[in-house]
Design a binder for this molecule. Structure first.
Ligand SMILES: NC(=O)C1=CN([C@@H]2O[C@H](COP(=O)(O)OP(=O)(O)OC[C@H]3O[C@@H](n4cnc5c(N)ncnc54)[C@H](O)[C@@H]3O)[C@@H](O)[C@H]2O)[C@@H](O)CC1
Ligand SMILES: Nc1ncnc2c1ncn2[C@@H]1O[C@H](COP(=O)(O)OP(=O)(O)O)[C@@H](O)[C@H]1O
Ligand SMILES: [K+]
Length: 502
């Protein structure tokens, strides 16, 4: 489990560490780590190579200046570009100068003239120390112009603590209506004092370095497979991301005493004459995720059983037999008959996952959701952006994390917002960010497979936020395998779901 924190939580831990160790010690540890990452990743020998530092007004710039001083001592030519020369970290600046580094004060009106752009283009490494924990995006115009110029450089790009341009708490990059906000295009982010939640969303490669100021990670999951313990660990921090090892804990292999009824049955209501494929795709997601039994209840029983003979099929939920969780929505249509089916399933007490057309119907009948969550029935919504906006029209998606958390808190449902980084939040605020996946998942029907996967985990009794988080992680890993195998299309996911649990 990767645990992540808000800037305020990290600042609180930092205050304790500064009182104990002094801030110069912390900065030395942080900047040494940045210099090491740069030195490890550049081709050797290092003498003769060059690094450019982008330096803002605070301690983030201080880290970059100290890292530059260390790299200078290892033989690199180092140039610091100061966005606010009179506010640059004095000790860092002095250290860089002592080591023989060059310092350029930038013109605030034109921070990236041709000579600066040429310097960035020819550099071997660019180190981003414009802004860290104090960031409030979007970047101010001068910083944005410098970052935009740096992003065009072929150099190794290393962000100090956070890529400048993202919000530490949410990963958001600023209001979407201001055009595309600029963010430093880091190849790697070296972060200290704990992973910031924004990094889970907005940074790909990151190195988290302990410098003696990390927040208390809370109760660790004990490795026994207790989902409750796992959920408590997740609830104690701001957000988590799951790992392959977590999946082994959350989805144990069945024990010797298992039979097909042991681990929960999922019922699937999906597909319609217009969309027979959705029924088959969604059911396949469930069949391939866990042993046990899958029931199908809907208009495509013949097609489903032709592809999945192990499925027990019925014409509708009222005659389907007992299940421990329902998945409803993929390709079911949005007509009156589909609405009745959804209303019927939502009146039941078992956990229900609503996806796709089911979400469009919920947008038209919000009371079906509120009546259900008011009586405490477990509900999980798995929208993509357009479906999210149908159900929660007033929640802007320029800050996806806040939108997802607000939707969950307000509706009483667990909400999974799909995307490059899928986000799951439950009504109490427990948050899982998914970091597995491949853009090859952006293919028609891949969401149908996902809802089958998650429904199966919900029926197995995982708390909804973990069922959704683990399902998204597994689906993402399967997507990576589809890509690696040179395959494509949503049904290619089926055959990789089992092997994706390593
Ligand atoms: N206090 C310490 O001892 C330590 C601090 N550390 C570093 O210090 C950083 C935090 O330092 P600071 O609190 O000084 O602040 P930052 O260095 O994060 O911010 C610098 C300045 O950026 C400006 N800024 C904010 N939003 C901006 C925007 N959208 N566009 C342009 N500029 C913007 C702010 O006005 C602020 O003065 C951490 O991220 C980390 O890199 C580490 O060295 C660890 C130890
Ligand atoms: N750019 C992307 N990178 C990674 N995963 C993506 C990307 N775009 C979409 N996905 C994933 O692909 C799936 C698409 O689901 P959805 O939009 O519901 O498709 P459909 O309705 O066609 O089944 C989701 O799991 C989503 O997280
Ligand atoms: K930075």
């Amino acid at each position: 489990m990767i645990t992540a924190y808000t800037a305020a939580q990290i600042r609180a831990a930092e205050r304790v560490a500064i009182d104990r160790d002094g801030d110069a010690t912390l900065m030395r540890r942080a900047s040494t780590a940045v210099a090491s990452v740069v030195a490890e990743r550049l081709p050797h020998p290092l003498p003769g190579r060059s690094a450019v530092l982008l330096v803002g007004a605070g301690n983030n710039g201080g880290d970059a200046l100290w890292a530059g001083a260390f790299l200078r001592r290892r033989g690199l030519a180092v140039t610091a570009l100061l966005l606010q020369p009179d506010r640059a970290h004095p000790a860092g600046l002095a250290a860089l100068r002592r080591a023989g580094g060059r310092v350029l004060a930038l013109d605030p009106g034109d921070p990236a003239p041709a000579p600066v752009r040429a310097l960035l283009t020819s550099a071997d490494a660019v180190i981003d120390g414009i802004v860290g924990l104090a960031a409030r995006p979007p970047l101010r115009p001068g910083a944005a112009a410098l970052v935009a110029a740096a992003n065009t450089s072929p150099a190794l790009k290393v962000a100090v603590d956070l890529p400048s341009g993202i919000d530490p708490d949410t990963g958001a990059t600023g209001p979407a209506d201001d055009g595309d906000p600029v963010v430093f295009a880091a190849d790697v982010t070296v972060t200290f004092g704990g992973v910031k939640t924004g990094l889970l969303l907005a940074a790909d490669a990151m190195v988290s370095v302990g410098i003696g100021m990390e927040p208390d990670p809370g109760p660790a999951p004990d490795g026994t497979g207790s989902a409750e313990r796992f959920a408590a660990a997740a609830a104690a921090v701001d957000a988590i991301a799951l790992t392959d090892a977590d999946l082994r804990v959350l989805l144990p292999d069945p024990g010797a005493g298992a039979d097909k009824f042991t681990d929960g049955l999922v019922g699937i209501v999906a597909g319609s004459p217009g969309y027979p494929g959705a029924a088959v795709l969604c059911t396949g997601g469930a069949v391939r995720t866990r042993p046990g039994m899958v029931r199908y209840a809907g208009a495509q029983a013949t097609a489903v059983v032709a592809r999945w003979p192990e499925v027990v099929a019925a014409a509708d939920p009222s005659v389907a037999g007992r299940v421990q969780a329902w998945v409803i929505g993929p390709g079911m249509g949005t007509d009156a008959a589909a609405g009745e089916l959804l209303a019927d399933v939502l009146r039941r007490d078992e956990p229900v996952l609503v996806d796709a057309d089911g979400l469009t119907l919920l947008g038209e009948h919000p009371q079906w959701l509120s009546e259900r969550t008011a009586r405490g029935a477990v509900t999980l919504l798995t929208p993509h952006d357009r479906e999210f906006t149908r159900v929660f029209p007033d929640l802007p998606l320029d800050d996806r994390l806040t939108a997802t958390r607000t939707a969950a808190r307000r509706s009483g449902a667990t909400v999974l917002l799909k995307g490059h980084r899928t986000i799951v939040a439950d009504p109490h605020g427990t948050t899982v960010v998914n970091r597995s996946g491949s853009s090859w998942l952006a293919t028609a029907g891949s969401g149908d497979v996902l809802s089958g996967v998650i429904g199966s985990l919900l029926a197995a009794g995982l708390p909804p936020v973990l069922a959704a988080g683990a399902g998204a992680f597994l689906h993402g890993r399967a997507g990576e395998r589809v890509h690696a195998a040179g395959e494509a299309g949503a049904q290619a996911l089926w055959s990789h779901l089992r092997a994706a649990r390593v």
